[in-house]
Design a protein around this ligand. Structure first.
Ligand code: ZN
Length: 235
């Protein structure tokens, strides 16, 4: 019914989703990408993702031929209804409930639901997301059980047999770097370092060992720590 050799990757242009893209390109014959503009403060990631896609095509001829259409979804309405520090100009902090105020309620549920609508139309069976439960920020929609439950819901609600893959679910950030190296060697690690965007503050400034960013926001701190741990292990 839907094509088991094809995949749709939730591709935001960050470290995690770029690693997921490489993972999918190694496994499937045809891979498409999808991104969402929800008026995130770090919308610069939406520009960087096109740079990363170009680099993947340029540096990995074996992947180039598998890489298909890119889908870009305007989800401005999510930014309108979300009062969070990712969608408003307010400082990052922890809320009373222990969640950081960067949590955008429903985000991953909506992303996968919209991705499934596209996959349904495109006859794609597999969907891939970079959700991770290991050193995540406590976002409940990154949990393995959330994604598994959503797979069941989507398959019931759309009468398909989608498979939702989350290859990073049980990896920490250091292991995600190791996975990128395994998949695409030094060239992929360099592409991720140089071109992927992680920083919540949209800082692209000077290049650090771990990439570009402010170095202070929660996303930068996580990325920096993961890179340093990976390097220390490899040394
Ligand atoms: Zn930052």
């Amino acid at each position: 019914m839907n094509d088991a050799r094809s995949a749709l990757v939730l591709f935001s242009g960050g470290q995690d989703s770029t690693t997921c893209l490489a993972w999918a390109l190694e496994r499937f014959d045809h891979v498409e990408t999808i991104a969402f503009d929800y008026r995130q403060r770090h919308r610069i990631e939406l520009d960087q993702r096109l740079v990363v896609l170009d680099e993947v095509r340029r540096q990995f001829p074996q992947w180039k031929e598998k890489l298909g259409e890119d889908h870009f979804i305007d989800m401005g309405v999510l930014g309108q209804i979300s009062d969070t520090s990712l969608t408003r100009d307010v400082a990052f902090k922890m809320e009373q409930d222990g969640l950081p105020n960067t949590f955008v309620p429903g985000r991953n549920l909506l992303f996968f639901t919209f991705a499934a609508a596209v996959a349904w139309r495109r006859n794609i069976r597999n969907m891939v997301g970079g959700m991770c439960e290991t050193d995540y920020s406590g976002y409940p929609d990154c949990r393995d059980n959330t994604i598994k439950a959503l797979q069941v819901t989507l398959n019931l609600g759309m009468d398909r047999s989608f498979v939702l893959h989350t290859p990073l679910m049980w990896l920490d950030k250091a292991e995600t770097w190791a996975m990128a190296e395994e998949l695409g060697g030094a060239a992929l690690v360099e592409t991720i370092l140089e071109h992927t965007h992680t920083c919540y503050q949209s800082e692209r400034g000077p290049m650090h060992a771990w990439g570009r960013g402010c170095g202070e926001c929660p996303a930068c701190v996580l990325r920096k720590r993961g890179y340093e741990t990976w390097k220390a292990k490899a040394a």
